[in-house]
Design a protein around this ligand. Structure first.
Ligand code: ADP
Ligand code: MG
Length: 321
């Protein structure tokens, strides 16, 4: 019998007994350990394969950007400050016309985030990259998936659906007008990890995840980990200005709610924090939108403004679907 990605993680990987110094093992955006009192360390790793996560003929600078951004995004989702990365690369050839722009962009983005490359591994093979990232946090403060409380607002940063629409445009499944195609393809190729936002949310958010596999699926991870449910106002979910006008209605909701590759932060916070959250959004220069509420009763209800329920066949992305 074939498992889905999350069943594999739960049934086989999460089943191992946890060690004491490990505050948080498998099951969140990153692991947390406490080598010494005072500071927690945060680790995550993400892999990108040609033909699955990027096209073989993609611009190497875009590949480098996304590779680091998706790793930074998991640090952002924990509220961690990233410090170090290790890079493993399988390459078909040591072609400088490919590698020079790849490295230039990798190091430029690393420098912009104060992150240093401290090691890795190189081998010959089909193009595959893996980054392992480590960051730090004040002791006990990480934003876990498990902290959501009944009554919390549900917030999301930026806009959703753009990257998924960009991918469908590039693969010819949908045809976007040029003024929408450009920002959607940019969202796909150059996601912006919300690292400063994640750290700014530490004092106010109860739970957080980065939206990498689709809003509903990633919200589902928060709900399961926290033992709560949620009501989502679908029409409040933020998208690019032209998104709903330019796309056929049946394409809008799957892209927006289940598209994936957004790398925005989805978090929950008490209603009393609304003003503080608006202030920090302005301070870090990222738009934040309230899209629903956490409730005690399990389940995920997504409704349109007229009250009708919105149900999607797929809630998000699974590598083994
Ligand atoms: P994210 O999308 O935030 O990177 P994933 O859905 O990839 O998270 O993974 C969920 C959890 O499962 C994470 O804690 C991750 O470290 C863990 N995980 C996934 N694959 C493996 C693996 N092969 N070995 C150990 N842990 C894994
Ligand atoms: Mg994540």
């Amino acid at each position: 019998m074939s498992l889905n990605e999350f069943d594999f993680i739960r049934r086989y990987l999460q089943a191992q007994p946890q060690q004491d110094a490990v505050l948080l093992g498998i099951g969140d955006d990153a692991a947390l350990v406490r080598p010494e009192a005072g500071e927690d360390w945060c680790f995550s790793t993400d892999m990108m394969l040609a033909g699955r996560h990027f096209f073989a003929d993609d611009d190497p600078a875009d590949v480098a950007h996304k590779l680091l951004a998706v790793n930074l995004s998991d640090m952002a989702a924990m509220g961690a400050r990233p410090h170090w990365v290790l890079l493993s690369a399988a390459l078909p050839a040591l072609d400088e016309t490919w590698l020079a722009p790849f490295c230039q962009t990798l190091f430029a983005q690393a420098a912009a985030h104060g992150v240093a490359l401290i090691g890795g591994d190189t081998t010959r093979g089909e193009r595959v990259f893996n980054i392992t990232i480590a960051g730090t946090l004040p002791q006990g403060r990480a934003l876990r998936r498990s902290g959501a409380q009944a009554g919390d607002d549900i917030w999301v940063s930026g806009v959703l659906g753009a990257a998924a629409a960009g991918l469908q445009h590039l693969t010819g499944r949908i045809r976007l007008p040029e003024n929408l195609a450009a920002p959607c393809v940019a969202a796909l190729r150059r996601p912006q990890a919300r690292v400063a936002l994640g750290q700014a949310l530490l004092p106010v958010a109860h739970a957080a995840i980065d939206v990498s596999d689709g809003l509903l699926q990633d919200l589902g991870h928060i709900l399961t980990a926290s033992g709560v449910g949620a009501d989502i106002d679908a029409e409040r979910v933020p998208c690019l200005p032209l998104f709903k006008k330019a796309l056929p209605a049946d394409a809008v909701w799957p892209l927006l709610l289940a598209g994936g590759d957004d790398y925005e932060l989805l978090f929950t916070a008490a209603v009393a924090q609304r003003a503080a959250i608006e202030t920090l959004a302005a301070a870090v220069g990222v738009s934040l939108t309230r899209i629903g509420r956490i409730r005690a009763e399990a389940g995920l209800n997504c409704r349109l403004n007229d009250g009708s329920p919105l149900t999607l066949v797929r809630q998000g992305y699974d590598h083994f679907d």
